[in-house]
Each structure stands twice: as structure tokens, then as C-alpha cells.
Design a protein around this ligand. Structure first.
Ligand code: FDA
Length: 491
């Protein structure tokens, strides 16, 4: 086995990993990043779109794994989108250099101040809203669609119809910022540049337009000359050594998932940023196979960020539905958060199917009043999730209330075409929690019971943040790494 020594190792190249890498590299540290997915930029392999799914469509699957309409066969490949299936919930995650930023819709939403305060009572809210959120907006290149373009562009009919219907039903709508470059989008509309958002590209990667992490944080970190990213390197488990360093067992694979070689990495400082599910899996699995010390609260306070998908059929079929041409980038949302009885936020989501299916899709984000728990099943040798209908009961009630109110005002039916009964309670894009900041870690993400191990990803957020989470994950990672560097944790 090849043995590699690296002073600082980061596992995972999503938001938490990318932020940590940039700030450490800027402070002059040499960093090695291990990512199980492919480095798409370096490989030169293009991403596929939703109507013609190809190599990038799924992580080692024989069939596509979108939330619905999976009629396409695939040759197994280390694609960008993966799905982890549990008894009552399926969790989608991104794989590849850039993590979730490769597959996500780019919605860059800052949480409501009051909710942020409720979820993180010990953090300095003003500092986050004055410093970290603005910093993250700048680094992630967050921008907003031009209102005139939105009004005129046929690809945004679904948003215009969605907003008009919401207003008619008495709901308040908001404009949603995004990391997709809207100047680029206007050019793609005029056919001056290759199309991406208007070419059904999103959940299997965007070839253009989207400022994913490989174009922002990771690019800047690589430019320092201090970062080495090893793709197709999957960390299997971790051992704590007597001298408080760590040894990681790593499998290097090829693009079809076959094992190329087993490697061993030794490091003094370890940052886990493998995403909520990836980090929990590593910690819980290492505990079982290596007696790795873990805090008793690891896995607790897990939530789906209130994700609940639903849809409506027969949306204005006579007046032209939601549009045959649809941009993949959402820019509208319905904000019902202040309603005491039915608090929720919902994205007015695109459904770019190449024809007008007169169907509206919504991804609701609710409060998570009853949390779940991730643990390790020693017999089955896998992580399990304690989560069922009781956790999503209130979310379902909110979705029912929303759909009824929309249909009463505008016509339409609950979408049985998209989901069983019209409700996708099992669809989760936003797994959060399990290594909660200040509970399982210290106030800056250092794991309790460890001296050289840090967790910096979505697992720090206790199961809910009320809006799409990557802006918050990035801001918390900025806050933690700034303080960890200031405390000389890495010298
Ligand atoms: P993230 O999941 O980004 O990165 C973890 C990385 O670690 C991955 O690249 C993974 O391959 C790697 N890894 C895991 N285990 C490993 C191991 N053992 N060894 C090596 N590498 C390992 N959010 C939002 O705010 N706006 C939006 O519009 C959307 N839309 C959206 C759509 C879809 C389809 C999905 C699936 C998700 C979203 N999200 C979203 C959610 C958002 O993408 C997500 O919350 C963040 O990517 C999570 O960031 P993290 O840093 O926690 O991990």
C-alpha cells in the first residue's frame, strides 16, 4: 500500500471543504483534499442535460435517479448525482470536485434573521449579517435576474405563472438570488454563447453559466499553489493514533468505480467536509471498525430542512400552461414563513421536460419540529436513519394547505402525475445536522474528545435553517475557519 503523509487533510470538496481549503491556503498552509467524485473540469468530459442523461447523470447506477421520470438507462459511471436510500426518505447529494455545487439549482438564499437567531442562539447574528453573509455572496458570485428579462423571457413563463397564481391565492412572493450568471443567461437567450440553463442542464451539472465551487472558492485556492486535490479518492475509515494524529484508509477508483489501488494517508490535522451524510457515515463507521472516539450526540439533531416536494397538474392548460421551454434555474419563491399556522417557504421550481405538461412543481421548506437520528447498523454494516411519517406530518399538512389554496384560487389538481398522492415526503435535497455546532463540536467546529479533528459542512446545522442551505453552510464554514486559524490550530 502506498503511504502518504500530509500535514493537513480535507475530506470532501463541497462548500465546507472549499472554504476551509481557500482560507488555509491563503494563510500559507499546504493542504491535500480528498474527493471521491471526479474532477470534471480536468477530465474534459461534458455534463449531460436532463433530456439526454449520459455519463454525468448518476453515481454508478444503471438508471437515472432524478426525483421522477426515470425512464433512461445508463452505463455505470462516476456521475455527479447520487441518491442514498433509507426506509422513509431518499437523500440526493452531489459527487465530484465541487460537491453539491455541481448539481444544485444555485439558489443562494440568506436565512431569515429571526430564524437564524432561533437556530443558532449562541452565534453573533449581527456579525453574520454584516460580515459573513456579504462575504459569501461576493465569493460565490451571487446575483439576481433582471426584472425586465424575467418579464419578457419565454423560458420564465413558469415563474410568471407561478407568481401570478400565488398572488391570486393571497401568498407573498420573493425574488430568489442565484449563483448562475444572469448576464451569461441573457447572452444565451440571444444565442451569443452556448446554452446551459436553457438547455435543460442542472442536476447532472452545468457546462456553462453556473458559478459552481470549482469556478469560485476552489479555483482561488488552487491559484495559491498550496492546494492539491486528489479526485476519485474515497475515504473508507479513519483511525486515531496514540500521538493524536490520524490514519485514513483510502480507495482510489477509476471512472467506472473499479478499485485502482488502496492508499493510506497520515495527517496531523483532519477536516471532515464530506457533507452531512458523508461525514456522519465516516465517523460512525470508523467508530465501529477502529474504536474511533465519537461524542454521544453524533447523529442526533438530524433533519431534512423541512424538504417536501409537491406539485399541481392542469395549471392553466387553456392559456398555455407553464411553458414548453423552461430555464432550469429557479428565481421565484413563495414566502409564507410568518404564517403562524402554516409557516413554509417554497421554491417555484422548473420542470423542463421539453413540452408543456401544464404542471407546477414546488419544493417546500418547512420547520423541523421533530428531529431524526442517524446511527450505524453493525449487522447490515451501513448507516440507518430514524425518520418516518411522524417527522413529516406537519410538512404534509402545510403542503396540503398550500396546494388547496392555490387550486381554489386558480384551478388545477394535486399532481398524481409527479408523486404518489401528489406528495413527495421522501424527497430530500438538504440533509443537515448530526454534528451540531457547539454540541458535538466546540464553538468553531472542532470535534469534542479530539484535538486535531474538525467538522466543517452541513452537519453543523441542527436539521433546519428555513431556506436553501448552501449560503448558510458557507458562512458558518467561513466563521469557523477564520477563528480556527486565528487560534493557531493549524500551525
Ligand atoms: P457537499 O455535499 O456539497 O460536499 C461533500 C463532498 O464530499 C462531495 O463532493 C462528496 O462526494 C464528498 N465525499 C463524501 N464522502 C466522501 C468520502 N468518504 N471520501 C471522499 N469524499 C467524500 N442548496 C441551496 O442552497 N440552493 C439550491 O438551489 C440547492 N439545490 C439543490 C439541488 C439538488 C439536486 C441537491 C442534491 C442539493 C441542492 N442543494 C441546494 C443543497 C446543497 O447542494 C447542499 O446543502 C450542499 O452542497 C452541502 O454542502 P456540504 O459542504 O455540506 O457538502
Amino acid at each position: 500500500k502506498e503511504i502518504i503523509d500530509a500535514p493537513i487533510l480535507i475530506v470532501g470538496s463541497g462548500y465546507g471543504g472549499a472554504v476551509s481549503a481557500l482560507r488555509l491556503c491563503e494563510s500559507g498552509k499546504k493542504v491535500v483534499m480528498l474527493e471521491m467524485g471526479l474532477n470534471w473540469q480536468k477530465s474534459g468530459i461534458p455534463f449531460s442535460n436532463m433530456l439526454k442523461p449520459g455519463k454525468s447523470a448518476a453515481w454508478l447506477k444503471k438508471k437515472t435517479i432524478a426525483p421522477f421520470m426515470n425512464i433512461f438507462s445508463l452505463t455505470p459511471f462516476t456521475g455527479t448525482l447520487d441518491r442514498m436510500d433509507f426506509e422513509h426518505i431518499n437523500i440526493w447529494v452531489g459527487r465530484g470536485v465541487g460537491g453539491g455545487s455541481l448539481v444544485n439549482g444555485g439558489m443562494a438564499v440568506t436565512p431569515k434573521k429571526s430564524y437564524f437567531k432561533e437556530i443558532f442562539p449562541d452565534l453573533d447574528t449581527e456579525k453574520f449579517y454584516n460580515i459573513y453573509f456579504p462575504l459569501v455572496h461576493k465569493e460565490l458570485k451571487v446575483n439576481v435576474i433582471g426584472e425586465q428579462f424575467l418579464k419578457d423571457c419565454p423560458y420564465y413563463k413558469f415563474t410568471r405563472v407561478g407568481e401570478a397564481e400565488a398572488h391570486k391565492a393571497g401568498f407573498k412572493t420573493i425574488r430568489v438570488p442565484n449563483v448562475y450568471d444572469f448576464q451569461y443567461m441573457e447572452k444565451e437567450y440571444r444565442n451569443e454563447v452556448p446554452r446551459s440553463a436553457f438547455n435543460t442542464e442542472v442536476i447532472y451539472g452545468n457546462n456553462h453559466g453556473k458559478n459552481s465551487l470549482d469556478k469560485t472558492y476552489l479555483k482561488k485556492a488552487l491559484e495559491t499553489g498550496n492546494l492539491e486535490i486528489l479526485d476519485l479518492h474515497c475515504v473508507e475509515h479513519i483511525k486515531l493514533n496514540d500521538d493524536k494524529t490520524y490514519t485514513l484508509q483510502v480507495q482510489q477508483t477509476d471512472i467506472s468505480g473499479g478499485v485502482v489501488t488502496d492508499k493510506v494517508f497520515n495527517c496531523k490535522k483532519l477536516i471532515l467536509a464530506a457533507g452531512t451524510m458523508g461525514t456522519l457515515k465516516l465517523l460512525l463507521h470508523s467508530n465501529v471498525v477502529n474504536n474511533f472516539p465519537i461524542h454521544k450526540q453524533i447523529g442526533k439533531n438530524w433533519g431534512n430542512n423541512g424538504n417536501f416536494m409537491t406539485g399541481r397538474n392542469w395549471v392553466k392548460p387553456l392559456s398555455g400552461g407553464t411553458g414548453a421551454k423552461q430555464s432550469t434555474i429557479p428565481v421565484g419563491g413563495i414566502d409564507n414563513w410568518d404564517d403562524k399556522e402554516h409557516p413554509f417557504f417554497t421554491e417555484i421550481a422548473p420542470l423542463p421536460m421539453g413540452m408543456d405538461v401544464a404542471t407546477a412543481l414546488y419544493l417546500l421548506i418547512n420547520r423541523v419540529d421533530k428531529k431524526g437520528e442517524v446511527s450505524y447498523d453493525r449487522n447490515a454494516k451501513k448507516i440507518i436513519l430514524n425518520w418516518d411519517q411522524s417527522n413529516t406530518f406537519k410538512m404534509r399538512e402545510n403542503a396540503g394547505y398550500f396546494i388547496k389554496k392555490m387550486n381554489r384560487a386558480n384551478g388545477g389538481t394535486r399532481s398524481h402525475f409527479l408523486f404518489n398522492n401528489g406528495f413527495g415526503a421522501n424527497v430530500c435535497y438538504h440533509p443537515l445536522g448530526g454534528c451540531v455546532l457547539g454540541k458535538v463540536t466546540d464553538e468553531y467546529g472542532k470535534l469534542k474528545d479530539h484535538e486535531n479533528l474538525y467538522v466543517l459542512d452541513g452537519s453543523l446545522i441542527p436539521g433546519t435553517i428555513g431556506v436553501n442551505p448552501f449560503v448558510t453552510i458557507t458562512a458558518i464554514a467561513e466563521y469557523c475557519i477564520e477563528n480556527l486559524i486565528r487560534q493557531n490550530e493549524f500551525s
